[in-house]
Design a protein around this ligand. Structure first.
Ligand code: B3K
Ligand code: ZN
Length: 892
């Protein structure tokens, strides 16, 4: 730690640990009020490091005993560390025994050992293990674990930990025990235990290699009928990793356990993944198609961590993207491969890019901007970000692209799989860096662009900010040559004033005026500016640039409407076809926003745009899912990113006005869509039928919106009927959302019925809360509704899912409702950040980020937002989590 930097941790300060822990034997006597933890370790000096005191991390623990080689020893407690200075002279290795107690029932941070619904769960990543026992709580200390769990048998019949169950039995006084041994060494952040009244869906599988495995999904009794999809997803994950990367399940038993109190999505503890119920439980009655898709990808993600994260882990937390970027890339590929058809793959790609551009691009341009491999942090939990995850995945994707050397492997999959194999050959069982990963991928593909450009390519890991690529075309009729100049730049970010050029793979096609494809290829931009020449062209072509979104950059090209309409109608690359539609919409939105005095009611969309949208809607061969993506207008946050000064109210009014126009101008087409895409037959969450449901849902919303001006009540009536009769949650919820979104009088009644129908289904109630907190604002009506929702008997701020469903849905996902001229939204926000920080700093810090982009706001919102942030910052005793976010937000 450097002096005077307020506990900031720097990547450049990394030092190997002074001690290794070879084995850990833990004994737990589980009790909600006072759990006893006996920790027996075999510790060894690291001979490569100068001799020094042993410092073990510990937080909120009651220390009862410390023994070295069975003898009492002197120690001190200093800044959440147990310091042993007088280790026995000459001992290179010794036994260390530590006995502590903790109080899981009072653990509202949900880090370490905590109680939820009368069961015990743990969360250790990143630094939660130190809340269970004193330890070298850092990922490069990998140890073998043996765990003995003891608890009351009636209250906690199921006792789980990592690895294999080697022994279990009864104890006196109605207690019982279970002993688990993990055959693999692991860092402390992958430790887990679960104890409680749980039931499991079980599945035995045989791997390609002929080995038998037991898969289990544990849930509370009563939820078993909602575990089939998670189990299917797990089986698909096991098969996929074997088929695509040759990586097999290395454990006899693989368990997933669901809990309803969880700070994030899920956690990849070795052999014992712990999940938020949101990413496990699904039935057609309670979960939407989106939920089914999310479960598939999160189950895949955590399972894939077993190799990318667990077998090879991070040397230090700055390397987080080593496991997260790579594993997100793997889960994206998994979902795409399961989706099957090229068009369904493209839909998944568009959805992923949408997340990147609406969440990561703003992060990269805001106060929390950081490189994929950050250089410093105050609180590591703040760096589980879309930059580390999603941009990190794009960096891995570019590596795959850049190891394609043969036409038979255009995406680079073979080369990338070779690189992964070398990565495991070199580093299996160790804790490594992002450099080690990139080097392995390059070394396995010595003839690739990646190998040639590796040092420059790695700037993606070290430079923050989203690069811009400006493309300018020039056609010379006399010589029949088309020149395309590509110029890259990247704005300064905190601590990084100047940026060096990136390596940017750019998928590039040229279309003739008739839409015919003239060329298609990949150009790798490495210089600040390069000009490409295309000879022998009879007319000026239409460039299709950054096909498949081949790099996480902002592409600037002054497309004419005619060019965009050509791309929308003819591009062979589905991503750029969709992108053309988005650009048409963005251009219109920006011009409406710029027109002084224009109100939502004045908005008129031009006929060519409306016709183009009609053509897509009526297209005979395009997928329904793709149509839904094209007809969905760019998000308000995406529009905001295109502007220097942001008036969220105006953006909201313009987008709503455009949507209203699409509703009215395409009225008959929406009707046709609704009737023509009706699903019949049994519910299946596959890509084709979920696409049809998504499109009919969009149609229903537009039809209800159209009725606002026509006064026609037929469609709201149909929506209400569908809401009542629907055979699955997707259709039911879409119908409810159509009524709420259009503000129809039937919405209130439908919401009440919905609540009554699902009052015992926590995850469905989360949707009910979120829909209301995220509803389009009409005259400032959402904030009072949100305050009312917080008084509802079913609201509980301590449950992260519920807090997110109300507070985050309003502050982070409803810009039109949140950014109020009277600043009441910001006051609400600061109250909630402070309130949450007292119980759960991780959740509070996420909420704190809702005002990241305050500097772009128009006055008086800008000053009001600043005041609200300053109000939070002035609060004494803030957690590091929130303090880091608000301090950065206020910095110049
Ligand atoms: N590795 C965990 C995230 C842990 C977050 C800690 N604040 C889930 C995942 O990315 O798979
Ligand atoms: Zn992950």
């Amino acid at each position: 730690m450097r002096e005077g930097h307020n506990n900031v941790i720097y990547r450049s300060d990394y030092q190997a640990p002074a001690f290794w822990v070879d084995t850990v034997e833990l004994t737990f006597d589980l009790d909600p009020a006072k759990t006893r933890v006996l920790n027996k370790m075999k510790v060894r000096r690291n001979a490569d490091v100068v001799p020094q005191a042993l410092r073990l991390d510990g937080e909120e623990l009651n220390l009862a005993r410390v023994l070295v080689n069975g003898q009492g020893t002197s120690f001190k407690l200093e800044n959440n560390q147990l310091v042993l200075e007088n280790l026995p002279e000459g001992y290179e290795a010794f036994d260390l025994e530590i006995f502590t107690t903790c109080c899981p029932a009072k653990n509202t941070k949900l880090m370490g050992l905590y109680v939820s619904n009368d069961s015990f769960f743990t969360q250790c990543e990143a630094e939660g293990f130190r809340r269970i026992t004193y330890f070298l709580d850092r990922p490069d200390v990998m140890a073998s674990y043996s765990v003995l769990l003891r608890a009351d048998k009636a209250a906690y019949p199921v006792l789980l930990s990592n690895g294999n169950l080697v022994e279990q039995g009864a104890l006196e006084e109605g207690r019982h025990y279970a002993r688990w041994i993990d055959p693999f060494k692991k860092p402390s952040y992958l430790f887990a235990l679960v104890a409680g009244q749980l039931v499991a869906r079980e599945q035995r599988i045989t791997s390609r290699a002929g080995k038998e495995h037991l898969l289990q999904v544990y849930v509370r009794p009563g939820d078993l009928d909602k575990t089939e999809h998670a189990m299917n997803s797990l089986m698909a994950s096991v098969a996929w990793d074997e088929a695509r990367f040759g990586l097999s399940l290395d454990l006899e038993r693989f368990m997933i356990v669901a809990t309803s109190d969880f700070n994030m999505g899920a956690m990849e503890n070795k052999g014992l993944n712990i999940f938020n119920t949101k990413y496990v439980l699904a039935s057609q009655a309670t979960a939407t198609d989106t939920d089914f898709g999310n479960i598939e990808s999160v189950v895949g993600h955590e399972y894939f961590h077993n190799w990318t994260g667990n077998r090879i882990t991070c040397r230090d937390w700055f390397q987080l993207s080593l496991k997260e970027g790579l594993t997100v890339f793997r889960d994206q590929e998994f979902s795409m491969d399961l989706a099957g058809a090229p068009s369904a793959r493209a839909v998944k790609r568009i959805e992923d890019v949408r997340v990147l551009r609406t969440a990561q691009f703003p992060e990269d341009a805001g106060p929390m901007a950081h490189p994929v491999r950050p250089d410093q942090y105050l609180e590591i939990n703040n760096f589980y970000t879309v930059t580390v995850y999603e941009k990190g995945a794009e960096v891995v994707r570019m590596m795959q692209t850049l190891v394609s050397t043969r036409p038979s492997d255009p995406l680079g999959r073979e080369g990338f799989a070779r690189g992964m194999k070398l990565y495991f050959d070199r580093h299996d069982g160790s804790a490594v860096t992002c450099d080690d990963f990139a080097q392995a991928i390059a070394d396995a593909n010595p003839d690739s662009k990646l190998a040639q450009l590796l040092p420059q390519f790695k700037r993606w890991y070290s430079q923050a900010g989203t690069p811009r690529v400006k493309a300018q075309g020039h056609y010379d009729a006399a010589s029949s040559i088309y020149n395309l100049t590509l110029t890259q730049s990247c704005l300064a970010t905190t601590g990084q004033a100047e940026k060096e050029p990136f390596v940017i793979p750019i998928g590039l096609g040229l279309l003739g005026l008739d839409g015919r494809e003239l060329t298609n290829g990949m150009h790798v931009l490495t210089q600040a500016s390069e000009t490409l020449s295309f000879p022998g062209l009879q007319d000026e072509p239409v460039p299709s640039i950054l096909r498949a979104f081949s790099a996480p950059v902002i592409l600037e090209f002054d497309y004419t409407d005619a060019q965009l309409l050509t791309l929308l109608a003819h591009d062979s690359d589905p991503f750029n076809m969709w992108e053309a539609g988005q650009r048409l919409a963005v251009n219109r939105a920006l011009s409406f926003i710029a027109q002084e005095g224009l109100t939502a009611g004045d908005i008129r969309l031009d006929a060519p745009y409306v016709e183009a949208m009609r053509t897509i809607l009526r297209h005979p061969t395009l997928d329904a899912a793709f149509k839904e993506l094209v007809l969905t207008l760019p998000a308000e946050t995406y529009l905001a990113e295109q502007l220097d000064v942001v008036d969220p109210q105006r953006i909201h009014a313009v987008r709503e006005g455009m949507r209203q126009q699409l509703a009215e101008a395409l009225y008959e087409d929406w009707q046709w869509v609704f009737e023509a895409h009706r699903e019949s037959g049994a519910y299946r969450p596959d890509s084709v039928s979920s696409g049809r449901r998504a499109l009919t849902g969009l149609a229903l919303t537009h039809l209800c919106l159209a009725s606002r001006t026509s006064g026609d009540t037929v469609w709201p009536g149909k929506a209400y009927q569908r809401f009542k009769d629907a055979g699955n949650m997707t259709d039911r919820f879409n119908a409810l959302a159509a009524l709420v979104t259009s503000g129809h009088a039937l919405a209130g009644d439908a919401l009440q019925r919905f609540h009554a129908m699902f009052k015992d289904e926590a995850l469905v109630l989360d949707k009910w809360f979120a829909l209301q907190a995220g509803a389009p604002d009409r005259g400032g009506n959402v904030l009072p509704a949100v305050k009312q929702l917080m008084k509802h008997a079913d609201f509980n701020i301590r449950n992260p899912n519920r807090a997110r469903s109300v507070i985050f849905s309003y502050c982070s996902a409803n810009p039109g409702g949140f950014h109020r001229a009277d600043a009441a939204g910001y006051v609400f926000w600061s109250d909630r950040v402070i309130e949450l920080d007292g119980m759960n700093p991780q959740v509070a810090a996420r909420l704190a980020r809702a005002l990241d982009r305050w500097k772009k706001l128009v006055e008086p919102m800008r000053s009001a937002a600043r005041e609200a942030i300053a109000r939070v910052a002035a609060k004494p005793d803030l957690s590091n989590d929130v303090r880091e976010v608000v301090t950065r937000a206020l910095a110049d």
